[in-house]
Design a protein around this ligand. Structure first.
Ligand SMILES: CCCCCCC[C@@H](O)CC(=O)SCCNC(=O)CCNC(=O)[C@H](O)C(C)(C)COP(=O)(O)OP(=O)(O)OC[C@H]1O[C@@H](n2cnc3c(N)ncnc32)[C@H](O)[C@@H]1OP(=O)(O)O
Length: 285
């Protein structure tokens, strides 16, 4: 079944009420890979309940509607989809525990052509359940590699941020563990692509790949640690494109360029010397 543009644009999402605890916040940070050095006090603040802080990227798992594209009625071949781009705008500091509502909608669908794929743009608002205050706005591009040529529009596509041409101002390495995806998924993205070898092979990968949002969080953490002095509240937004898959166990090198309040960044899988995140742009408060 092919994508039906009008049907998918009008896809109805239920509100997702999500009460998250300090334990969830710590599990998220552990899934990202923090806490491997028990004496690293900067990381401990995100994985230990004493004065616990939330990573700025935590909202990506709050009020998440799940793998809705697995529904055959969407017309999407879910096995072949990958995460294409992610944006996050933080409107308020994210508490280490809370009760939120996620509201998702489809904002655009692009036909890249037969054999090239389709892009599905979604936006999610995460609001505080009690006050109704908007905490974060998330924008996602799902790259549906098997679904091009359905007769939809070819634009407008999201523009990408150009990185500076000079050498990076900062660079930091972060070793992921072979089991990284198996821990990260417990925060809510249960896509079997990250756990089941047979599904990964059917999707065209030699083995399960890491969640794009785990790599995204690693780059976000690199910015917090390197540019923000460890203060997660200093981050206002983070946008990036996923340019190549990451295999759990690889080392992620985040390269950063700082120009006033704008941090441009990209990330590489060091062992293969491949750029895995590109066109990154974070804005500091
Ligand atoms: C609610 C939220 C739902 C989210 C669901 C996500 C669920 C998760 O569990 C799934 C994951 O986490 S998957 C893991 C993370 N993602 C990845 O690993 C993808 C990495 N990227 C790739 O493989 C390729 O870049 C690939 C395949 C993306 C593109 O490669 P190519 O086809 O070779 O593309 P290329 O020839 O370089 O360019 C063709 C056109 O596509 C545009 N483009 C490229 N990369 C893009 C990307 N990442 N996002 C959006 N557009 C992208 C190019 O600009 C080009 O456009 P044009 O033809 O107009 O010039």
């Amino acid at each position: 079944m092919a994508i039906d543009y009008d049907k998918l644009m009008a896809w109805r999402f239920e509100d997702v009420r999500h009460r998250y605890t300090q334990r969830d916040t710590m599990l998220y940070a552990l899934g990202v890979g923090l806490g491997t050095d028990p004496c690293n006090e900067t990381e401990l603040r995100f994985v230990y309940e004493k004065n616990l802080l939330a990573l700025p990227t935590l909202p990506v798992v709050l009020g998440y509607p799940g793998m809705w594209l697995k529904d055959p009625a969407t017309g999407v071949d879910w096995v072949r989809l990958v995460h294409g781009e992610q944006g996050l705008k933080l409107h308020r500091p994210i508490p280490a525990e809370g009760d939120v509502i996620g509201r998702t909608r489809v904002t655009g669908i692009i036909d890249k052509g037969q054999g090239k794929g389709a892009l599905i743009y979604t936006e999610r608002s995460v609001v505080d359940a009690a006050s109704g205050d908007l905490l974060a706005t998330l924008t996602s591009t799902t790259f549906c590699r098997a679904d091009g040529g359905f007769g939809g529009p070819s634009g407008p596509v999201k523009s990408v941020h150009e990185l500076p041409t000079r050498a990076p101002d900062h660079s930091t390495d972060f070793a992921t563990q072979p089991r990284a995806a198996l821990i990260y998924r417990l925060s809510g993205d249960y896509n079997p692509l990250h756990a089941e070898p047979a599904v990964a092979r059917a999707a065209g990968f030699e083995r399960p790949i890491l969640h794009g949002l785990a790599t995204y969080a690693i780059a976000g953490w690199a910015i917090v640690k390197t540019v923000c002095g460890g203060d997660p509240h200093a981050v206002g937004s983070i946008d990036v494109r996923f340019s190549s898959p990451v295999y759990p166990g690889e080392t992620i090198r985040t390269e950063m360029w700082v120009d006033g309040k704008v941090v441009s960044f990209r990330a590489l899988a060091v062992e293969r010397n491949v750029v895995v995140l590109n066109n990154g742009r974070a804005e500091l408060r």
